[in-house]
Design a binder for this molecule. Sequence first.
Ligand SMILES: C[S@@+](CC[C@H](N)C(=O)[O-])C[C@H]1O[C@@H](n2cnc3c(N)ncnc32)[C@H](O)[C@@H]1O
Length: 218
Amino acid sequence: MPEKPTEEMKSFFDSRSESYDKHMQENVASFEAFYRKIAEPIVPTAEPVKILDLGCGTGLELEAILKRAPRALITGIDLSGEMLGKMQEKYIDFSNQINLIQGNYLKEDLGKGVFAYAVSVMTVHHLLPGPKQELYTKICSALRPGGKYIEGDYYVVPEKEKEYLEKYKGRDEEGRGQYHIDLPFSLETQKQLFSFAGFSRVELVWEEGESGIFVAEK
Ligand SMILES: C[S@@+](CC[C@H](N)C(=O)[O-])C[C@H]1O[C@@H](n2cnc3c(N)ncnc32)[C@H](O)[C@@H]1O
């Protein structure tokens, strides 16, 4: 059977933005606990701590983050204008703290030594190994010394990772990050990528089925 053509990422999420939150509530294992855990590495503070959210979508991770850091200054980047629109509606009370950028986080300049935390949830499993490594290096450099990168995503056993890599081997990287492919890596590969990117300490703080949360410290 011919393989389905890969959907373009932006239109994939634009067309699902209405039903997205419900879909995640029904399909992410231990949904509430998972998103609560994402925020836990953030030390509770009343300070305007700077947080970068890559692929922020409708902002599911922000609810728990803003409980821990209610004055946080959030920079959210996402390809999908429709997903960002939903996020704006949901967090209207925090609009003066949230700066949303519609763009590709692989291409955006993330700055150097700017953020206390960077977060990505359920988004970087769409990346091929090369662009993912480059992104991690960029994230590490965008963090302040001692800053933390929190990643919640799908991870698989090494045998499954091999199958995914085989499936997407040789795929043109021209559209880097622009197409909706699912390419989760193993925990071992993830740890290597974080270490190559310059993070000094990496910890897996949550694991359930194929979902996990890493904290990587600069
Ligand atoms: C599964 S959603 C996750 C949204 C949110 N973080 C959450 O956990 O609900 C993935 C999001 O990443 C965004 N995305 C994927 N690749 C991207 C890229 N290269 N640059 C910016 N956003 C991207 C998509 O548009 C989508 O909104």
